[in-house]
Ligand binder design. Structure first.
Ligand code: PMP
Length: 446
């Protein structure tokens, strides 16, 4: 058992009982990293050391930390209306938020279903796709197509369409039936150090046509992809790839779902990647930066067409047997409205566009460091891929991550890839600090 008091000298709870998500628990508890507060671009750890946040928490805090407007909205709302039943009842804020989201949504995605997380948004979108086809008299359309290395959360739907082996293997006998995966688009041999969309790999979209030939379009409900794979290490789609998926799905009556849990809310320059990259799906999943990570919340954006198909039938019947106790939670909604105000007042999505060139040059300046085999970027996000060391996959990456943290910068590590996605309030001097700390760590770890 780890004696936390002995480690920090502070009166803090035991580390024993909390089973941490996606964490090497035993390793962590032997050498914990605990954050105590946050303001602007910085966390503070429990010893009072500042830690520059290059990851917007976990891709959430796009408006930066400690935003008074959000905390005041939350504190007001929890006093005013702490909770309202979400089934057969409503409250004005959820409707207001849905309208505000529809205003900034990609064209036509103007119906909003609230969830509490990205995982729930994904499972909701998959169920909607099935409900849509059934309502349209095509109940055989039940198959899904995801993509290798895709991350769509941890629900059974999400891990089934997701393509990260570690997240699936333990549960492999219980995954959804009838799911295929497109090949991933990571191709270091041909595309290393691309800036933005890589030039090679468009032909990988054609595998979709092959899968349609194999299974029959009449059996396929939807294709789901992240416009940019975030969790697998910032993998950009090849030029023209997303449009090709859109054209093929449209031709065959298959729904296209974009998982914008990471790319949503300004990360790549417009409100959504769909807008910046000019390809509009039928459904779009979001969470995270929707309310700056303040209170758990997600939202599925749905085309009016899909929505309307599900609304037919006798009025007194519930249209869609799905929803969450906390769907559209008043406190989460208040946080989201305040967050949208900040994004708009401070024009933070434009800020991504203003800074993305500087960011791109800065991250690519690491190119000649030892063991750097690829750098990928778009908007205010980047991945630096290192070669694995002799100890095995992920060990070098983890050491770099740890060293960055000890030297005052939080980066994200996934395998041997260092991912960065700073809050959109980032200044050039922060970018310099992130890159210097990361560069020093890569050199020191060797
Ligand atoms: N989809 C994508 C694209 C994600 O990046 C994530 C989280 N990183 C999720 C879904 C799952 O979100 P959550 O952890 O909120 O369930």
């Amino acid at each position: 058992m780890v004696d936390f008091n002995a480690i920090t000298g502070q009166d803090t709870p035991s580390l024993e009982h909390y089973w941490m998500p996606f964490t090497a628990n035993r390793q962590f508890k032997a050498s914990p990293r605990l954050l105590a507060s946050a303001e602007g671009m910085f966390y503070k750890d429990v010893d009072g050391n500042p830690v520059l946040d290059s990851t917007a928490g976990l891709w959430c805090c796009n408006a930066g930390h400690g935003r008074k407007k959000i905390s005041e909205a939350v504190s007001h709302q929890i006093r005013e209306l702490d909770y309202a039943p979400s089934f057969q009842m409503g409250h004005p804020l959820a409707f207001e938020l849905a309208s505000r989201l529809a205003d900034i949504a990609p064209a036509g995605l103007n119906r909003i279903f609230f969830t509490n997380s990205g995982s729930e948004s994904v499972d909701t979108a998959l169920k909607m796709a099935l409900a849509y086809h059934r309502a349209n008299g095509q109940p055989t359309r039940t198959r899904f197509i995801g993509r290798e290395l895709g991350y769509h959360g941890v629900g059974f739907g999400g891990i089934s369409v997701g393509g990260i082996g570690n997240n699936r293997r333990t549960f492999s006998q219980q995954l959804l039936q009838g799911v295929d995966h497109l090949p991933h688009t990571l191709d270091i041999a041909n595309n290393a150090f691309s800036r933005g969309f890589p030039a090679h790999g468009l032909e990988k979209a054609e595998v979709l046509e092959q899968l349609i030939t194999l299974h029959g379009a009449e059996n396929i409900a939807a294709v789901i992809v992240e416009p940019m794979s975030g969790s697998a290490g910032v993998i950009l789609p090849p030029q023209g790839y997303l449009k090709r998926l859109r054209d093929i799905t449209k031709k065959h009556g298959i729904l296209l779902i974009f998982d914008e849990v990471i790319t949503g809310f300004g990360r790549v320059g417009d409100a959504f990647a769909s807008q910046r990259w000019g390809v509009v799906p039928d459904l779009m999943t979001t969470a995270k930066a929707l309310n700056n990570g303040a209170i758990p919340m997600g939202a599925v954006f749905v085309s009016q067409d899909v929505h309307d198909a599900c609304m037919t039938g006798p009025e007194e019947l519930i249209e869609f047997f799905h929803g969450y106790t906390y769907s559209g939670h008043p406190v989460a909604a208040a946080a989201a409205l305040a967050t949208l105000d900040i994004y708009q007042e401070e024009k933070l999505f434009d800020r991504t566009k203003e800074l993305e060139g500087y960011w791109e040059d800065a991250v690519h300046s690491l190119r000649d460091l030892p063991n750097v085999i690829d750098i990928r970027n778009t908007g205010l996000v980047a991945g630096v891929q290192l070669s694995p060391n002799d100890e095995g996959p992920g060990r070098r990456g983890y050491k770099v991550f740890e060293r960055c943290f000890r030297n005052g910068t939080l980066v994200r590590v996934t395998g041997d890839i260092i991912a960065m996605s700073p809050p959109l309030i980032v200044e050039k001097q922060h970018i310099d600090q992130i890159i210097n700390t990361l560069g020093d760590a890569i050199r020191a770890v060797g």
